[in-house]
Design a protein around this ligand. Structure first.
Ligand SMILES: C[S@@+](CC[C@H](N)C(=O)[O-])C[C@H]1O[C@@H](n2cnc3c(N)ncnc32)[C@H](O)[C@@H]1O
Length: 376
């Protein structure tokens, strides 16, 4: 093993076993050629007088799984091929990044955190709700939580090869996610990242660029006023869209496909387009009850729209997951479509297309995403 990596792991071991100073830690990403270990957050807890470590992982739907373990579990954690470690102690923060060549880079700052060891689970965050960034951009508690959960999902999917990344956030509005993504990816993960926010409203562009300037981020991020469909972009490695209105989500996904983005993360907003098309249309028998009442039609339209988006992407060979990125009490618009180009066998692509064609024919709908992809 590389001597620097050995030293870095020894430093991490000392910090994780420091029963007086450890505040929290997180480990994620995977080293080149290794299987991805599950992203894990760690914090010290005292249970019935015993000092333990609380490990938090997530199930397939992103729901937290928490277990308390003895400190000896640190050895097993350090043996996993994580590419990134981030440890906060009472007086310092240490980030370790392991490159694809197996070299370890250690970044230390003198910024510490507050130790909480009560058994009650404290919510862990990539960016804490009291991070000064949120105050600077003016995000309320609900948005802070959405942004943090959204970024957590991004964090778990991103590779760690350290290549420069261009992230585009479509329909960025006040750019809470855009700024948080830049701060987290460049500051915490130390990636070479540039971020573009695309927003149809010119006044938002002016406002967001001014905030970027004020925060000292202007060298790494900028905003353009245009539609997601037409914004002039040099490319995109990562596409984000958090509640981009109605078919703006389709525009973002289609741009992601056209720009050959490595990842598309879209948490859709309202789905008026298909809901309108279902109104008054004849439902295929015996499914009339699904669309007879307004609220059921709306919910069914949500489901049908996202199912058709997923099928279209799968028919293009994408690996797709549709999941819940945050609990519904924080926002009813809590689904997330994640997609990345994959080497899907032709038979599966064809099967997805057949299923798509059958659904649109039976329900008599014309999804916006298909139109955008066909003109792509
Ligand atoms: C519900 S807001 C969400 C804003 C932000 N992503 C957030 O989560 O706070 C949707 C934003 O998308 C913008 N928008 C609507 N249609 C768009 C389009 N076709 N292209 C780009 N932005 C669009 C709206 O102006 C609005 O700011």
């Amino acid at each position: 093993m590389d001597a620097e990596l050995n030293d870095a792991l020894a430093e991490l071991r000392d910090l994780l076993l420091d029963g007086e100073r450890l505040v929290s830690a997180s480990a994620g990403g995977r080293r080149k050629g290794q299987e991805a270990p599950e992203p894990t957050r760690i914090r010290p807890v005292t249970v019935k007088g015993r000092e333990l470590l609380q490990l938090e992982t997530a199930d397939a739907a992103g729901r937290p799984i928490v277990r308390n373990v003895e400190a000896t579990a640190v050895e097993e954690l350090l043996a996993r091929p994580y590419a990134n470690w981030h440890v906060v102690t009472t007086d310092a923060t240490v980030a370790v990044r392991i490159t694809k060549k197996g070299k370890a880079f250690v970044h230390r700052t003198a910024e510490g955190g507050e130790r909480v060891t009560s058994h009650d689970r404290v919510k862990s965050h990539l960016l804490a709700p009291d991070d000064p960034l949120f105050a600077a951009v003016g995000a309320d508690a609900a948005k802070r939580r959405q942004v943090d959960r959204f970024l957590t999902l991004v964090d778990g999917k991103l590779g760690t090869d350290g290549a420069p990344l261009h992230v585009v956030d479509f329909g960025c509005g006040n750019a809470y996610l855009t700024f948080a993504a830049y701060k987290y990816l460049s500051g915490v993960r130390e990636l070479d990242v540039t971020v573009t926010g695309v927003e149809i409203r010119e006044e938002q562009r002016v406002h967001n660029n001014a905030v970027a300037e004020k925060l000292g981020y202007a060298a790494g991020m900028h905003f353009v006023a245009d539609t997601a469909a037409e914004a002039d972009l040099p490319g995109a490695d990562i596409v984000l869209a958090l509640h981009a209105c109605d078919t703006a989500t389709d525009e973002a996904i289609a741009r992601g496909v056209r720009l050959k983005a490595a990842h598309i993360f879209a948490a859709p907003c309202c789905h008026h387009d298909i809901a309108e098309q279902l109104k008054g249309a004849e439902a295929p028998g015996p499914y009339g009850a699904l669309v007879a009442d307004g609220i059921l039609r709306e919910r069914f339209a949500d489901t049908l729209t996202d199912a058709l988006r997923a099928l279209l992407l799968r028919s293009l060979g994408y690996e797709v997951e549709v999941s819940e990125f945050i609990a519904s009490q924080h926002t009813p618009r809590n689904s997330m479509i994640w997609a990345r180009p994959a080497r899907t066998p032709a038979a599966l692509r064809t099967a997805a297309r057949v299923e798509y064609d059958t659904l649109v024919e039976q329900w008599g709908v014309r999804p916006k995403l298909a139109e955008l992809l066909e003109t792509a």
